[in-house]
Design a protein around this ligand. Structure first.
Ligand code: ADP
Length: 450
């Protein structure tokens, strides 16, 4: 095992990684920007290095500075967390060139999943189900339009380099195609420097179900259950849960096996997430693979009773996976909400300010709070405005949801605007309790939730 690692991130995920590393007797090096001098992740670490000014491109995205800090401190490995450099193949390469281990997948696996169309080709060849569509090299408008007609409207145009819901356009009928094609292409070019598009059948009531996978360097691969992340606002997840409700054991197992197949197709190592669109009739289709630890990994930890960061460290150090597939079982139900500094009265735009008063729900076997802030801290406009993740567990979904409602009521934040009220309405919604859920849930219940 490593004796010292560097965490190239900030906020709750940096704190969460430090906790596990310390539990394993591994020392932690934090990095920080000028805005984060007094941040919780810096206080928790054994040593810390200043990277530069507040903007991410001058600090948390500075590959050279991070490598320098790792070398000076004598860290043997770097954990990238999520966001920032976590899915940056150049970063993984640079670490290897400097003799540092990357606590993440091999460079080839990151690259293979970097393009939505290339990822689809690999998955198709590996026998993983795909949404009917076209993801080829011929980018002419005529051909893509003909392919759209072949899929049957509605279709979805996606920028192949897209992410975070950008560069996507739903096209309901052929007469709207040209305009949507131009818009998606423009967005791909401006946001990702790549105007290539793919087209796929647009499912009107799908769920977002994703599988947590893990592979080691010895050819072992397992799945640690699934998560439902269908409740989304503008393609951003709001509430996540494990296991995904109302899915038969048979389909759950088939999805898990497809996910491991997907990971093996790219010689994956470490923690990964395979996202599927799940249709009412039980069919599921590969959407993309995220080559990092996800924000929502705690719900999987609570139902599998495993520490996924510990798994990551073990695998990165060359150890075999701690468990075989037959040893992994799911217990009870877990839900997570993302508590954000955002203004519900201004269409949920990020809010900034000081956390003048902060009371988090009491943590127990049933309630977990992952956070990177304490009372008195400032939420700035430089980074993601997530204040905390609130995660609950209980024997059943019904009980877990009641725990969530209580924990949200107990949560008090003064000094800035948050989405706590919105989350309470969501957790208290009868349709959510019944799990009448698909990716259109928030839009459909707009009047009750806002
Ligand atoms: P991004 O990489 O930008 O996050 P994804 O391909 O992961 O884009 O899709 C984001 C979200 O868009 C999904 O979680 C799902 O809600 C919706 N979506 C994607 N593809 C389809 C589809 N073919 N039909 C219906 N909804 C889709």
């Amino acid at each position: 095992m490593f004796t010292k690692i560097l965490i190239a991130n900030r906020g709750e995920i940096a704190c969460r990684i430090i906790e596990t590393a310390h539990k394993m007797g591994v020392k932690c090096v934090a990095v920080y920007s000028e805005a984060d001098r007094n941040a919780r992740h810096v206080a928790l670490a054994d040593e810390a290095f200043l990277l530069g000014p507040a903007p991410s491109r001058d600090s948390y995205l500075r590959i050279d500075k991070i490598i320098e800090a790792a070398k000076i401190s004598g860290a043997q490995a770097v954990h990238p967390g999520y966001g920032f450099l976590s899915e940056n193949a150049e970063f993984a390469k640079a670490l290897a060139e400097n003799g540092l281990a990357f606590i993440g997948p091999p460079v080839g696996a990151i690259e293979a999943m970097g393009s939505k169309s290339a990822a689809k080709t690999i998955m198709e060849n590996a026998g993983v189900p795909l949404v009917p569509g076209y993801h080829g090299d011929d980018q002419s408008r005529e051909l893509i339009k003909a392919e759209a007609a072949r899929c049957g409207y509605p279709v979805l145009l996606k920028a192949v380099a897209g992410g975070g819901g950008k560069g996507m356009r739903v096209v309901w009928q052929e007469s709207e195609f040209d305009e949507a094609f131009d818009a998606a292409k423009r967005e791909g070019e401006s946001s990702f420097n790549n105007g290539d598009l793919l087209v796929e059948k647009y499912l009107t009531k799908p769920r977002h179900v994703e599988l947590q996978v893990f592979c080691d360097r010895h050819g072992n691969g397992v799945y640690l259950g699934d998560r439902d992340c269908s409740v989304q606002r503008r393609h951003q997840k709001v509430i996540e849960e494990a296991p995904a409700p109302n899915i038969s054991d048979e389909i759950r197992k088939a999805m898990g096996e497809s996910a491991v197949q997907a990971a093996k197709a790219i010689d994956y190592v470490g923690a990964g997430t395979v996202e599927f669109l799940y249709d009412e009739d039980g069919s599921y289709y590969f959407m993309e693979m995220n080559t990092r630890l996800q924000v929502e990994h705690p719900v999987t930890e609570l139902v599998t009773r495993q520490d996924l960061v510990e798994w990551q460290l073990r695998v990165a150090a060359g150890q075999p996976l701690p468990l075989a597939q037959s040893d992994i079982s799911l217990h009870g139900h877990s839900l997570e909400v993302r508590v954000y500094a955002e203004d519900p009265d201004a269409d949920f735009t990020p809010a900034t300010g000081t956390l003048d008063y902060l009371r988090t729900p009491v943590e127990s076997k049933y309630v977990r709070v992952d956070t990177g802030v304490i009372e008195g801290d400032t939420v700035s406009h430089y980074y993601d405005p997530m204040i905390a993740k609130l995660i609950v567990w209980d024997e059943s979904r019904e009980l877990a949801l009641t725990r969530m409602q209580q924990a949200l009521e107990d949560y008090r934040i003064c000094g800035l605007k948050t989405n706590l009220g919105f989350l309470s309405k969501l957790a208290g919604s009868e349709s959510f309790r019944r799990f009448d859920v698909d990716t259109g849930f928030i839009e459909r219940h707009h009047d009750q939730l806002f």
